[in-house]
Design a binder for this molecule. Structure first.
Ligand code: UTP
Length: 298
């Protein structure tokens, strides 16, 4: 048995995709940002694949009326598949079949974008008694390389409670993030969390560990989500529910992920991700590299 399977503490992953995507207007008038392609694959498929690799077998996508295409993306496309088969386009056929084969996809609806915490709460009716903990992955946050959820699962198996993912950010650059107040454990990359400060000035930051869009949450989060009131931006914030759990003595730890990250939620971050992935792509990488060097040279 592999380490991941031994420490498997969740089977269901929740992906909230019901936001308005205002930073990507005007495109998001018609196209959900979760479906924008990183080279040729939507961000939400990359994240769903990460969840499947970490042992999830069920994905609950929280979406809003009008954004059903996010869920449709994970359904079979028999007519298209037949056409590709007829034309002998086997590589494309594999790509088209990849997302529906990853894991079982279900939908939950958030009627109004009342915040990330509210979005996650809409997935509770989809859970079964076996879901003692759930993974939450933000589809606009690529955490690279994949694998942090397995480590988070091992931390829950050892310490119980909920586990979040963090990046170690230089102090001077910490201000845009939610920052954890932590104490050490016997593992240098695992810290116990005592609180969180949103967007602090560098001198007020309690640490250099900033929150990323991966959460492994004890089922108790849903009760906490029912008790929070609107916070930052007038929205029901997931971090406020986590803070409530901490206050009530629920163990919360972070795993410090020493890797890369792309924020697909704004055009600047999205472009970086697309270029990063395209440079590694055997088909598009070499000519992109040459063109970029030439473009920058000029
Ligand atoms: P973001 O804040 O990045 O997404 O939320 P947004 O609100 O769509 O983007 P902007 O700020 O308007 O540009 C992180 C994730 O949480 C989801 C979003 O869809 C995104 O995937 N979300 C956010 C919801 O599902 N519901 C909400 O009410 C808010």
């Amino acid at each position: 048995m592999t380490g991941a399977a031994e420490n498997q503490t969740f089977r269901t992953a929740i992906v909230p995709a019901a936001g308005l995507g205002t930073r990507f207007l005007p495109t998001t008038k018609a196209v959900p940002k979760e479906l924008l392609p990183v080279v040729d694959t939507p961000g939400i498929e990359i994240v769903a694949s990460e969840a499947a690799q970490a042992g999830a077998n069920r994905l609950v996508i929280v979406t809003s009326p009008g954004k059903e295409s996010v869920v449709n993306y994970f359904q079979d496309a028999p007519e298209l598949e037949e056409a590709l088969e007829r034309k002998g386009k086997s590589k494309l056929l594999d790509k088209v079949r990849r997302a529906p084969a990853l894991l079982d996809v279900e939908v939950a609806i958030q009627k109004e974008a009342l915040g990330l915490g509210h979005a996650v709460a809409q997935a509770e009716p989809n859970l079964t008694d076996e879901d003692e903990a759930v993974a939450v992955l933000l589809p606009d946050d690529l955490v690279l390389p994949a694998g942090v959820l397995e480590r988070m699962s091992a931390v829950r198996a050892r310490h119980g409670g909920s586990v979040l993912c963090a990046f170690d950010i230089p102090k001077a650059e910490i201000s845009p993030y939610g920052v954890f107040d932590v104490s050490e454990t016997d593992d240098p990359d695992v810290k116990q969390v005592h609180g969180m400060v949103e967007k602090p000035a560098p001198e007020d930051a309690p640490s250099t560990f900033a929150a990323a869009g991966r959460y492994l949450l004890d089922r108790a989060i849903f009760d906490a989500l029912g008790r929070i009131t609107p916070g930052s931006g007038g929205e029901l914030q997931l971090t406020d529910a986590v803070a409530l759990l901490i206050k009530e003595g629920h163990p919360v730890h972070i795993v410090v992920h020493r890797g890369g990250r792309h924020d697909l939620g704004n055009p600047g971050g999205f472009l970086r991700a697309a270029v990063d992935f395209a440079l590694d792509d055997p088909e598009y990488g070499p000519s992109l590299r040459t063109w970029l060097a030439d473009r920058i040279g000029n």
